[in-house]
Ligand binder design. Structure first.
Ligand SMILES: [Zn+2]
Length: 298
């Protein structure tokens, strides 16, 4: 968006018109726009909340109450809904919502879904033996919710570790490494995600036996995301996209936008999230890679 366009946007006060403009902008433009002035930042935050509520309204009657439960339980939304919020290439709409929480947070969210949103708990799957779409035994159980007369579903994923980022960073590909908290959004591979690209991050030994992982890859490809496997065909150094490059959650490589009124995220800066480090679960085969041959220690 040009400087002139920023000025024009700053002069528009109707939320409906602002939404129409910002719906056509990428998340980076919205972020940059919010840095131009406090007044504009209030509007971009307000838009991001409305955009979040639009996502949530497909699953819950009262998005504000649901966000309040997320805030109190320190739960997060990830998977298709977080990806759709950040980058949607082809008009697909998520049919299920993945909510992640610690064991104590999970109980709070479960009560809310059943008591306030009329959901029924349809099944509980014990996952501690490991799941095909994750490189670690980071998931304790998955509770599935449906409600009468509605086709959408909610999966409540109870994580072993109360630090939920460690669960997200062990997933099968970068395309799902995005997080919506009650008051902010994170993308762990923003440049790839905003270009509707992803990188498959699980080692062949972990994917070979799992139809689940192949189904997941197909699902995101059908939705218009370009999912790459391996770096063997790359013609230049991988840089920070190298699968052996150790990323830190609290780094310049992570996109983070806080959209609550106060500008303070519900996840405090001292949170254990900020110290999380990870790398993808595959080796780099790029012959131009400067990381190849060296062992990256976490
Ligand atoms: Zn590399």
């Amino acid at each position: 968006m040009s400087t002139a366009a920023y000025r024009i946007f700053a002069g528009i006060f109707l939320p409906e018109i602002q939404d129409m403009i910002l719906d056509g902008c990428g998340m980076v433009t919205i972020y940059e726009l919010g840095r131009t002035s406090k007044a504009v930042r209030r509007r971009t935050r307000s838009y991001c909340r409305r955009r979040y509520h639009r996502e949530l309204r497909r699953f819950v009657e009262t998005p504000v109450s649901f966000r309040d439960v997320l805030r109190r339980s320190l739960g997060i939304v990830s998977g298709s809904v977080a990806l759709h919020y950040l980058a949607e290439p082809s008009g697909w709409v998520p049919g299920d919502m993945d909510v992640y929480a610690s064991p104590s947070g999970s109980a709070m969210i479960m009560d809310y879904l059943i008591d306030k949103e009329n959901y029924n708990l349809t099944s509980v799957h014990n996952m501690y033996g490991g799941v095909g779409w994750s490189s670690r035994k980071s998931v304790l159980e998955v509770s599935k919710f449906e409600r009468p007369g509605d086709s959408v579903k909610i999966d409540l994923i109870t994580c072993v570790d109360s630090n939920l980022v460690t669960c997200i960073t062990s997933f099968h590909s970068t395309v799902v490494m995005n997080i919506l908290t009650a008051d902010s959004v994170y993308s762990l591979y923003p440049r790839l995600t905003f270009m509707c690209r992803g990188f498959w991050g699980l080692a062949p030994r972990l994917t070979a036996y799992s139809q689940t992982t192949h189904d997941a890859m197909d699902k995101y490809r059908r939705r218009g995301y370009n999912i790459q496997i391996g770096t063997g065909s790359w013609k230049r150094p991988c840089g920070s996209y190298c699968p052996v490059f150790v990323r830190r959650f609290d780094s310049v490589h992570t996109f983070h936008y806080v959209f609550c009124v106060s500008g303070e995220s519900s996840i405090p800066a001292s949170s254990a999230w900020t110290s999380v480090r990870w790398r993808l679960g595959i080796e780099c085969k790029n012959r131009f890679c400067t990381h190849s041959g060296s062992v990256m220690r976490m």
